[in-house]
Ligand binder design. Structure first.
Ligand code: ATP
Ligand code: MG
Length: 228
């Protein structure tokens, strides 16, 4: 699903964000990416999304060679990926329904079918009753659930999240994690960068720890491993 081989990333200012990363993530895995601030977690995610290109190494995402990929093919890569950010990034002037519907790429799908799909994902995140609401009228946890609905509406094979619970209180973080767990149990690969020790220690998923741009730990039923 995701294959990185000897991947390094040096930003144009000379900052070495990742060095010699080799990792293999299979379909259906749930992987936490942990490590201190500045370790390279977000960079790792940006390479998978092809927001940044590796400086060297091989990277294959969902069967596509990301390094050799032409710009015109990037949308095809992204179509298979769902993305969730710490700050939700919803469109403020659109309702919950429209925020999710807007992300649907099957423009040729009949309207009724699209409506059904949007309602289904909003059901899954427990927000069917909020379809007509605007983001500003929602709590942080609700906004993040809309963002997850938007990320999964196209049935992506991989959902990638960069600190999705970073702005949320512990109870709300758990609600969000339950949604990710449900999505994962339906077969979707999840890759999540997080500083949430409680969640990582409780769920015992695969944990990849990055420090100074290098993988220092890769555990099957891992723990957070830092005191913060
Ligand atoms: N666009 C950029 N240009 C130059 N250097 C960058 C850029 N983005 C990140 N870096 C540097 O690369 C390193 C890794 O950054 P990255 O954002 O991947 O860390 P992180 O593990 O996500 O940290 P955090 O936990 O604080 O989010 C840091 O030293 C950072 O300063
Ligand atoms: Mg980061």
């Amino acid at each position: 699903m995701i294959y990185m081989s000897e991947v390094s990333k040096v930003y144009s200012n000379g900052s070495v964000a990742l060095a010699d990363i080799t990792v293999d993530i299979q379909k259906g895995e749930f992987v936490f990416i942990v490590g201190p601030s500045g370790a390279g977690k977000s960079t790792f995610i940006k390479l998978i999304l092809r927001e940044e290109l590796p400086t060297s190494g091989r990277l294959v995402v969902n069967g596509r060679n990301v390094v050799e990929m032409l710009s015109k093919d990037v949308p095809y890569l992204r179509r298979g990926l769902g993305i969730v950010f710490q700050d939700y990034r919803l469109l403020p002037n659109k309702t919950v329904y429209d925020n999710v519907a807007f992300a649907m790429q099957v423009v040729e799908a009949p309207h009724r079918e699209m409506q059904k799909r949007v309602h289904n994902v909003l059901d899954l995140v427990g927000l069917r009753h909020k379809v007509r609401t605007y983001p500003s009228e929602l709590s942080g946890g609700e906004q993040q659930r809309v963002a997850i609905a938007r990320a999964i509406v196209n049935n992506p094979v991989i959902v990638i999240a960069d600190e999705p619970t970073g702005n949320l209180d512990p109870d709300t973080s758990w609600e969000i994690m339950k949604v990710f767990d449900t999505v994962n149990k339906a077969g979707t690969t999840i890759i999540m960068a997080t500083h949430d020790k409680t969640v990582v220690d409780a769920l015992r998923k695969r944990v990849i720890a990055i420090e100074n741009g290098r993988i220092v730990r890769d555990q099957v039923k891992g723990v957070y491993g830092y005191e913060d």
